[in-house]
Ligand binder design. Structure first.
Ligand code: 5RP
Length: 232
């Protein structure tokens, strides 16, 4: 299905998919909310129907602050047993709904909230659609004392694979969970499910940014032709 749109900027495409995601919000149900610039557009749109929902479960401090500033109640993840829907962006999404996420360093809480939801609705512009995951540097949240050995395990996966601790203001970035992020470049992730399962077992890995076990059920893709709905 395609909704009409003329030539729009990337920011306008994000607004369009953020607004399009409203139709997946179930009246009377708490909604799971991701993190990032596309999700910020969704949060802004959600504020226009906030009287129809009890509130949201958030995946980051940044999203929590935005939700609260717009008058949307934020529930702790432990207060809910399930969510009908979780809405979030992605850094890459493939033809099966498998994603790379964590460009905004919120991957751990994103995966936790996504795991509560019956349905993951991904909102993204068309630059995020890929044939194979791996072009975007793969974010991996790690316990700092394990960063060196985890980096070496990735680098042993193939020629040209590098893993570096993400920096912010000249020091390692510290996530909302007090941990660090490794950005892994040079990977080709041909089997996302197996890859995610393997890396999850490495000591010191908190979360790998491959979302295969929590893949998207729907992707609302912002394109030059408008919003395209991909179902997996
Ligand atoms: O995974 C994420 C944050 O950890 C984001 O969903 C991802 O980085 C996409 O962000 P944006 O909508 O700003 O492009």
């Amino acid at each position: 299905m395609t909704t009409s749109a003329a030539s729009l900027s990337q920011d306008e495409l994000k607004t369009l998919v953020g607004q399009a995601a409203l139709k997946y919000v179930v009246a009377g149900e708490i909604v799971g909310v991701g993190t990032g610039s596309t999700v910020n557009k969704f949060i802004d749109a959600l504020a226009t129907i906030k009287d129809q929902i009890p509130g949201a479960v958030s995946s980051s401090v940044a999203s929590t602050e935005r939700l609260k500033a717009l008058g949307i109640k934020v529930f702790d993840a432990n207060e809910v047993q399930r969510l009908a829907v979780y809405i979030d962006g992605a850094d890459e999404i493939d033809g099966q709904g498998y994603m790379v996420k964590g460009g905004g360093a919120a991957l751990t809480r994103e995966k936790i909230v996504a795991a509560l939801a019956d349905r993951f609705v991904c909102i993204a512009d068309e630059s995020k659609l890929v044939e194979m995951l791996g072009n975007f540097p793969l974010p991996v949240e790690v316990i700092p004392m394990a960063a060196g050995q985890i980096a070496r395990r990735f680098e042993a996966m193939g020629d040209g694979v590098t893993a570096q601790i993400r920096q912010k203001d000249g020091a390692p970035l510290v996530t909302d969970n007090g941990q660090h992020i490794l950005d892994v470049r040079g990977l080709k992730i041909a089997e996302p499910l197996a890859f995610e399962s393997e890396v999850n077992q490495w000591p010191g890995v908190v979360t790998v940014g491959v979302f295969a076990h929590q893949k998207a059920a729907v992707c609302l893709l912002g394109t030059a032709q408008g919003v395209q709905t991909l179902e997996y």
